[in-house]
Design a protein around this ligand. Structure first.
Ligand code: ADP
Ligand code: MG
Length: 463
């Protein structure tokens, strides 16, 4: 196919289409910087300022861009990107009459990574125990682990920002600090680690002492900025504004940003949309609860690290009974071993059961109900089939219990809206709608309140 087109004209129209499809933020950052270069046969070459843009666009927006061009031309072109630091738009005299983003998106390629440690930077405040070596990998965390490794090997080139989320004690801080330790130890980078609470305190302090410039410099000159538990920025408007600018400064100069949170960015309450969207630019990875094999491996590793010698039966007992939190798992091991060394007795299972009874009771209270537990019990309660609860049929006799089940999943488990949606074959918006409907009906209808309470009690007995 020989398709002769007026490329600047086509790109102008395709841009307009893309502008309609994307948020302003994403359009401005990723699309407006693209320049058309050439068109040969069924191929179009577009140019971007550096390989960071190229990788990102290829991975995330290529189909969308190809579709936009196809809509304009009526022909399918394959699109490729080329890195070109000369501004071809000005050379070709193209004027999009758009704001100039070149200042925000410097055309310098990211500086080459120095592999040789320089150690000119101050040692970051990191816990040395937190390294990739001491992190046990299993199905609950292998994706997050791989992403963190990739980021530590090529900061700002692999995924930026990297957003790690998951429940308490599942290894977020450990992984984040492993990135920091690696980037400092092997590449001599300037690594800045701070919890978001500390970040907020330092900011308030800087405001009071009129030392905002120093505060900004400290964070904006980091090569790798690690902010732990970013969910605490919730509702802190002025802090969010400040962090927004720090984020942009670092991102625009190709510095790595890593964030952790106890939930996905979109679920952090009262977090500005522009921050949510930035947090989602890179890669989000979840840490899940480890399975029993991983828990055993973590305990064995800890046993070795602390030079302990514990009966494998006891290790298994701890791993089987403490599931939800690795910090507690380690705590149980230490409790048991210190008892043994303090009393000089050999440990047996009844003693261990006794020592850990409080921790295990607490664990039972926290044991996570599965969504299937809820779906089955609600189906049972309303005398409908389980397959109806998770199916597509819409009669009110089914739709209402399904909404109640979604509401209870939201209320009684820590699953995210998209995860709940998936369990019901629906999207997150449907779940949110169901939750709101049930919440407002619960305020009005005492009969529904009684039903939901009685389902809750039955569910509570299960765990
Ligand atoms: P979070 O920040 O998610 O609350 P942490 O990173 O503080 O959790 O982890 C809690 C404890 O569990 C730490 O001592 C950490 O070293 C340990 N830990 C977590 N995950 C692992 C793992 N996969 N392998 C070894 N230790 C782990
Ligand atoms: Mg933590």
């Amino acid at each position: 196919m020989e398709a002769k087109i007026d490329l600047p004209e086509v790109w102008k129209k395709a841009r307009l289409l893309l502008k309609e499809q994307l948020t302003e933020d994403i359009f401005n950052r990723w699309i407006s910087v693209i320049q058309p270069i050439s068109n040969k046969k069924d191929n179009i070459t577009l140019s971007v300022a550096n390989d960071y843009y190229q990788d990102w666009l290829e991975e995330n927006y290529l189909p969308l861009i190809q579709n936009a061009i196809a809509s304009v031309t009526g022909e399918q072109f394959s699109v490729c990107f080329e890195v070109n630091s000369i501004d071809p738009a000005s050379a070709a005299g193209i004027d999009y009459a758009e704001p100039d983003f070149s200042e925000k998106n410097p055309i310098n390629p990211p500086p080459p990574i120095e592999k040789v440690p320089k150690k000119k930077n101050l040692k970051p405040i990191l816990n040395h125990r937190y390294s990739f070596n001491s992190f046990i990998v299993g199905p609950s965390n292998n994706f997050a682990h791989a992403a963190c490794l990739a980021v530590s090997e090529s900061p700002a080139r692999a995924y930026n920002p990297l957003f790690i989320y998951g429940g308490v004690g599942l290894g977020k801080t450990h992984l984040m600090q492993s990135i920091g330790n690696y980037a400092y130890e092997s590449q001599g980078m300037n690594v800045c680690y701070v919890s978001s609470e500390e970040f907020i305190n330092q900011y308030i302090d800087a405001l009071q002492r009129r030392q905002l410039v120093q505060f900004r410099n400290k964070y904006r000159k980091a090569d790798v900025l690690l902010i732990d538990d970013i969910q605490f920025l919730s509702s802190k408007e002025q802090m969010q504004e400040e962090f927004f600018h720090t984020f942009n400064t670092l991102f625009d100069s190709h510095k790595q940003i890593v964030l952790t949170s106890d939930r996905p960015a979109a679920e952090i309450p009262d977090l500005e949309q522009r921050l949510v969207s930035r947090f989602e630019w890179g890669l989000s990875v979840e840490l899940e609860q480890p399975n029993v094999e991983t828990r055993i491996a973590i305990l064995r590793n800890k046993e070795e690290e602390l030079n302990l010698s514990i009966d494998p039966l006891i290790i298994n007992y701890i791993a089987e009974n403490i599931r939800s939190n690795i910090r507690k798992l380690e705590g149980a091991l230490i409790r048991v071993s210190s008892f043994a060394s303090l009393t000089g007795t050999d440990l047996d299972l009844p003693t261990v059961e006794n020592l850990l009874s409080d921790a295990i009771d607490q664990e039972k209270q926290n044991t996570i109900l599965t969504m299937e537990d809820i779906q089955r019990l609600v189906a049972d309660y309303y005398d409908i089939r389980y397959t109806d609860i998770v199916g597509k049929r819409k009669p009110a006799s089914i739709a209402m219990p399904r909404q109640v089940a979604m509401y209870l999943c939201r209320d009684m488990t820590s699953y995210s809206l998209p995860a709940i949606g998936e369990a019901f074959g629906k999207n997150h918006a449907t779940v949110l709608y169901a939750v709101r409907v049930v919440e407002s009906r619960l305020k009005e209808e005492s009969s529904l309140r009684q039903e939901v309470n009685s389902i809750r009690q039955k569910l509570a007995k299960r765990v």
